[in-house]
Design a protein around this ligand. Structure first.
Ligand code: 6PG
Length: 237
């Protein structure tokens, strides 16, 4: 029986957002005690939006010195940054437009570039050897970032960023590769909804390898789940 990693179950999306914002705040502040510059890679999708909004409002907005942060992204859809389904746009609207972080310290993935391989290589060169904080989500199919089951990006061991194809639009993506997840100093995975329950259980306690359940790469992280997403885990009620 696998020992369950670091999992917190909450009762609502609001509690998930609050717990996530507090974890991010505490983790950033702890890292800032020993380093003058701290890197965080934001996840996309919809789940983290509530946590980002809380980080951008009092009291949390005043606790982190945003001028000491370098903000990256774990993945991006190959769409213009102003498009509704851009991860960058979501992060800007929910967080980055509301905190005092210098523009030069926000590192957007230029995934709309015509030459995606070049964009992947360029972003890989920007990423630090080890992110201080990496935020991730999980899809019902077990993907994380834009590492989808069976993706060749899961076998990439040299590059930090690779192109990938999603099973649903927007299909073309750029994503961090497994080595970036493995090197991250702190990992947070957020999941809400019973449609994630199977993927969460497979990632945390299932035998399937990361090739089939990419979110397994984040198994060592801190997971904050609502009841639906945690419903197939052997957690105390
Ligand atoms: C993306 C994300 C992706 C996301 C999961 C969960 O670009 O979509 O990086 O990995 O975290 O698909 O998405 P939701 O939070 O919308 O359920």
């Amino acid at each position: 029986m696998s020992v369950l990693p670091d999992v917190v179950q909450v009762d609502s999306y609001e509690e998930l957002a609050s717990a996530a914002a507090r974890w991010i705040d505490e983790t950033l502040r702890r890292a800032l005690q020993t380093r003058t510059r701290v890197s965080i890679a934001l996840s996309g999708g919809s789940t983290p939006r509530g946590a980002y909004q809380l980080l951008a409002t009092a009291p949390l907005a005043q606790t982190v010195d945003w001028s000491q942060l370098e903000v990256y992204f774990g993945d991006e859809r190959c769409v213009p940054p102003e498009q509704h389904n851009s991860n960058y746009r979501m992060a800007r609207e929910a967080l980055l437009d509301h905190v005092p972080i210098p523009e030069s310290q926000i590192h957007r993935i230029r995934a709309e570039a015509g030459d995606r391989e070049w964009a992947a290589h360029a972003y890989g060169a920007l990423l630090p050897d080890a992110l201080d904080v990496l935020l991730l989500g999980i899809g019902p199919d077990g993907h994380t970032a834009s590492l989808f089951p069976g993706s060749s990006a899961l076998e990439e061991r040299q590059r930090k960023v690779a192109t990938s194809r999603a099973p649903a639009p927007p299909r073309d993506r750029l994503t961090i590769t497994p080595s970036v997840i493995e090197a991250a100093r702190s990992l947070l995975v957020l999941a809400a909804g019973s449609d994630k329950a199977r993927a969460v259980a497979d990632a945390l306690i299932g035998p399937a390898p990361a090739r089939q359940v990419p979110a397994r790469l984040a198994r060592r992280g801190h997971w904050i789940l609502d009841r639906g997403a945690a419903s197939l885990l052997p957690l105390k009620p």
